[in-house]
Structure formats: C-alpha cells, structure tokens
Design a protein around this ligand. Structure first.
Ligand code: SF4
Ligand code: SF4
Length: 462
C-alpha cells in the first residue's frame, strides 16, 4: 500500500524557507528516555567538573600541561616525545564513534555530546525554571516589554553568564591544574594574560552558544550530522515514525485513520524543531524526546506505544532486519587493525628515553696511542615519579668507559645530559666496533625499565 503524506508547505524546522531563524521553544517532556538522558547528563557533568579535583598517583587525573609539555591521563604520564601516542587515542575515539553510529545511530548526539549535555542538562532547565514552560515563554516573548519579562530575562542571562564563566574556568583548569587556577583567580589578569584570554573568549562563546545559537550548532557547524548518511544504512538504529501504522493521520474517533492523532506533541518537544513524521532528517539529533512524547499520547488514546520509536528504517517499514552487514565487517576490520597498532605502540613505549649523542665536530681524538670518543647520553624520566637511573658499560670489546655519574636521580619528566668517555687503544681498533651502555631504573625489573643504548665507536681508519 502506498501511503500519501500530507503536503507540508513549510516543513517544521528551525529555519524558515526564507532563511530566517524559527526560534525553537521545545516543550517539556517526561518518559523513560528523558529520565535516562538526564541521568547520563548528570553523571557526565559531574565527571567534567570533578575530574580536576581527582588525583591519581599524586597528579591530577587529567592535566594537559601544554606549556611544560607534560600530559597526565588517568595515571599515565606522557611527554612531548610520546605525543604521537595521542594519534591512537584520538583515532580510537573516532573509530568507536563510527562503529556506534553504524549500529546505534546518533546515540552520541542525543546522550553524550557536550553541547547536548550542557544545553539540555543545564541551560534549558534554567530557562524553564525562570521563564516557565513553552507556552508561557512564547507568550511572554511575543508580548511587549514588561517588568515581568525584563526581570526574568535579566536573571536568566545573568545565570547563563555565571555558568559560562564557571564552565570555562573548569576547562582551563585541565590545562593549568586546579591549584594554579585558584592562584590565578586571586591575582591580576595581567599576571596570566593567556589563561585570562582563554577564559574570557571561551565564556563568551559558551554564553553565545547556549543562550542563542543552540540547535544551530548541530545544524550548521557540526560535521558529524552531515556525515551521518555516509556512516549509516537501512539497518542502523534511528528514531523514526511508523508510517504504515500512523497514516493517514487524523482524529482518534475516525476508525479510518491510522494511529497518529496529529497532536503534534512530537514536533513541539523537538529541540531542533523538526517533524519526525517527515522521515529521517539530518536535523534529528536522536534525543528521543519525540518517542517519549508520542508514547504518552498513545497511552492516553489507548493505543500501543512505539508509533515513534527506536528502530531501523527496514524495521519501520516492516522489512527484514540484518545485523551482519558488509559495512560492519569493514569497520570491525579497521578496529582490529587499530587494536593491533595501539597494542604494539603502547607496549613499545618505555618508562624513560635514552639517546647517545656525539659531540659535534669532534667524533674522536687520539691521545697517547688511545682513541677517545666523547659522547653524551640524553636521559628523560617519562614516569610520573622521581626515579634513580643506573648507567653501566655493556660492551665486551675492550672499550674502557669513564662515566662520571653512574647513578642519577631525575624528577618526573625531568631530563639531563650525561657526559661519557669511551677509550680504546688504537691498535685494537677494528671495523664495526660499538660502544654500549645499559641503563636501568633502580628498584624496577620490568621490561620497560631497562634498555641498552649504543653508538658506533669511531677512530682513525686502519
Ligand atoms: S526528531 Fe525526535 S529524536 Fe530527533 S531531534 Fe527531534 S525530538 Fe529528538
Ligand atoms: S506525537 Fe505521535 S500521535 Fe502526536 S503527532 Fe506525533 S506521531 Fe502523531
């Protein structure tokens, strides 16, 4: 059966056909998905705000110290040389998002994207608290200036500004650490202009975004929604309207109508202002507000829930669903390769960096019939704690070593250069000679805590 949808002259949207903004005032909604979302929002906001306070191994759980090029992530410590490992972290997040999107659609947008989390979990709630429900807000906005309108708007925007400042301070604390941030807020901005500028610019952006720009960020700026059609297929879980069951829409009292009573609750609760009955749209952020709204209506009119529901396009059309699709095998293959690469990369990374450097312009000297190679060992402690390093000669080729400092203490992520002199009688010179040093961390016997470094021993050719 072919279902004819009503002709819609101006489809529901946050943008009118002439390009002007149709400001969205989503109505309040209750239901299981809304409850789940608010629970997740609360947990994520708590994590964001509390992480700078949490310490692991004596360091902040997340501290991206860009100025000193030290990065602390949940107990692991990275310096600038390790930054290539970030590739695996970022690509892992991207890959996980790709796979989740292919299977579960835009769960990220509706439940975990920071924009949604703070807009729905904080800013809209404050708006509702101060300005009332949708109908009241719209009535007041359309009316002229009044004391009631002015004080509510002023209070709302004042709270928004304070919140934007708080959130940007928390953000900056991830880069300067909480104690430094507390010191900064008690001193003049002139003493820390960079951090101050970041806070001001970020607060302005947050305030602009959450007070006015809102869903336009998802629709105009965020590339993820636009890529959605490339990542999903007819078996991906989306939020959709069951055309077969719902159409023709109309009064519940008319038995020739489908289940949709055309109440438009699904439209008025939508934070991006669209009508899910027009089919899957790029503007749908998968928030499930329309699912809860329609379920409530269906319960009221005594019909089964799920007219608007989580399902695949195939499922909504009553066609067979498939889980094992070529796309998922392909993504799974990429994920397996990523896992292999990440495992290798992280297992190869060592607890310290050690490189033998030759003095520029003087590869060797011959003194009293002995060849001398002057070198330096560059040592970097890549752990989060102070460590003691032991340096010992390793070579059995008759090379004599003079190591002025065989035991050295280095602070976390500290580095030093150690001079080394390697000496060999000239008559013992032979091709392919190599000097070797064993470097180990005192008190540790794991594979990452010791290594042998070396360099060719050079002298006059014989
Ligand atoms: S159509 Fe439904 S799921 Fe999509 S954004 Fe609107 S309310 Fe949320
Ligand atoms: S909430 Fe349900 S019944 Fe009401 S218009 Fe939307 S789909 Fe139709």
């Amino acid at each position: 059966m072919t279902i004819k949808l009503p002709v819609v002259e101006e489809p529901a949207s946050s943008l009118r056909s002439d390009g002007s903004r149709n400001y969205v005032h989503p109505a309040d909604v209750k239901g299981r998905f809304t409850r789940l979302r608010y629970t997740i929002f609360t947990v994520l906001i708590a994590i964001y705000v509390l992480l700078p306070f949490i310490k692991i191994g004596g360091h902040p759980a997340v501290f991206l110290d860009i100025v000193n090029r030290r990065f602390y992530l949940f107990g692991a410590v990275f310096n600038a040389q390790d930054f290539w490992l970030v590739f695996f972290l970022l690509s892992g997040v991207g890959l996980a998002l790709l796979i989740v999107t292919a299977v579960k659609g835009r769960l990220w947008c509706g439940y975990a994207c920071p924009h949604t989390v703070f807009l729905e979990g904080v800013f809209r709630r404050i708006e509702r608290l101060i300005e009332g429900p949708r109908a009241q807000r719209m009535r007041r906005n359309a009316a002229g200036l009044s004391f009631d309108k002015v004080w509510r708007k002023l209070l709302k925007h004042a709270v928004y500004i304070v919140l934007a400042l708080l959130l940007s301070h928390v953000f900056v604390s991830y880069f300067v650490s909480l104690p430094s941030l507390l010191e900064m807020v008690q001193s003049s901005p002139a003493e820390h202009p960079t951090a101050f500028t970041w806070v001001v610019v970020m607060s302005a952006i947050l305030y602009f975004n959450f007070s006015w720009f809102r869903e336009q960020l998802c629709l105009i700026i965020c590339p993820y929604g636009r890529l959605q059609s490339a990542m999903t297929d007819r078996d991906t879980m989306v939020i959709g309207y069951d055309f077969n069951r719902g159409e023709p829409r109309g009064k519940a009292s008319d038995p020739s109508n489908g289940d949709c009573v055309d109440c438009k609750r699904c439209v008025v609760v939508c934070p991006t202002g669209i009508d899910i009955r027009n089919g899957l749209q790029m503007e749908c952020i998968g928030c499930a507000a329309c699912v809860d709204a329609c379920d409530e209506i269906m319960t009221k009119v005594g019909r089964p829930e799920g007219l608007v529901r989580y399902d695949s396009l195939n499922g909504l059309e009553g066609k067979p669903k498939h889980f094992g699709r070529p796309r998922l095998f392909f993504y799974g293959g990429i994920a397996a390769l990523w896992l292999l690469g990440a495992t290798l990369a992280f297992s190869q990374s060592s607890a310290f960096e050690a490189n033998v450097l030759r003095l520029e312009g003087a590869p060797f000297m011959v003194v009293d019939g002995k060849v001398r190679n002057s070198l330096r060992v560059h040592l970097v402690n890549k752990t989060g704690d102070e460590q003691t390093f032991i340096i010992e000669p390793e070579s059995e080729s008759g090379i004599e070593y003079i190591i002025p400092q065989k035991r050295i203490e280095l602070e976390s992520l500290g580095s030093t250069y150690l001079p080394i002199l390697a000496i060999l009688p000239e008559d013992q010179m032979s091709p392919g000679l190599e000097l070797k040093l064993s470097i180990s961390m005192e008190g540790r016997d794991d594979r990452k805590a010791s290594r042998v470094v070396g360099a060719p021993f050079v002298g006059p050719s014989r």
